[in-house]
Write a protein that binds this ligand. Structure first.
Ligand code: HEM
Ligand code: HEM
Length: 164
């Protein structure tokens, strides 16, 4: 698949939403006191990231991966880039599924909507919560690695002509 403007728009929209979902997610669990407004912001950002990711994954499955912007020189680099990109493409879907799983299993979706949810204790013992935390940590670590690799390539490697 050529690096179509849609692929670029999807990439930067998902990147912004994922960074917002990570920041708000860690803020709701690590700040003193529970904020329902922040949890709602988190859900909105996370759901939007998951929804756009679904479109990206469908494009990837039907049209293949967008062509790489950078010229990768070694086989290890090519393999590492492929593994990281595949994981980055799938992880927001796992977060969407585990997030919805927490809401459904806890039975707290209604309390969230009508504003009576008063804390995160209802989610504490649920299996999707562990999965959600692990997936969020992996996504944060890989995003950092991915952004550092992009900066390194932008500084060092020649770029394909005419690509963004
Ligand atoms: C935070 C700052 C980010 C920067 C600076 C950045 C930069 C880039 C660059 C320069 C490329 C092109 C690399 C190539 O073609 O080989 C790229 C591709 C890609 N990035 Fe990012 N990225 C960021 C965040 C993210 C996030 C948060 C995700 C996923 C949740 C992500 C997922 C991807 C994927 C899957 C590709 C492969 C091309 C595609 O499918 O669109 N990136 N990124
Ligand atoms: C890309 C999407 C998402 C990302 C990156 C993300 C990230 C995070 C992070 C970093 C945390 C805190 C984890 C920790 O403290 O270790 C969190 C918690 C949480 N997230 Fe998400 N999330 C996403 C989507 C969603 C969605 C779609 C929902 C619900 C439908 C959701 C519901 C929750 C809930 C209820 C918590 C609190 C769980 C607890 O008791 O610790 N998240 N999320």
């Amino acid at each position: 698949m050529q690096r179509h403007p849609l692929a670029r728009i999807l990439h930067w929209s998902i990147a912004g939403l994922v960074l917002g979902a990570l920041a708000s997610g860690y803020a709701i669990t690590h700040e003193e006191g529970f904020s329902l407004a922040l949890l709602r912001v988190h859900l909105a950002l996370g759901a939007a990231a998951g929804g756009l990711t679904l479109i990206r994954v469908m494009l990837w499955m039907t049209k293949g991966a967008p062509e790489s912007v950078f010229v990768l020189t070694s086989r290890i680099e090519v393999a590492a880039s492929r593994i990281v990109h595949i994981t980055l493409r799938l992880m927001p879907l796992l977060l969407l599924a585990s997030g919805i799983g927490m809401l459904v299993l806890s039975g707290k979706a209604e309390a969230l909507l009508d504003g009576t949810l008063s804390g995160l204790s209802a989610f504490e013992t649920l299996p999707p919560r562990k999965l959600h935390h692990a997936a969020a940590f992996l996504l944060a670590a890989l995003t950092l690695l991915h952004a550092l690799a992009a900066i390194k390539h932008r500084l060092q490697a020649p770029r394909r002509l005419g690509k963004a």
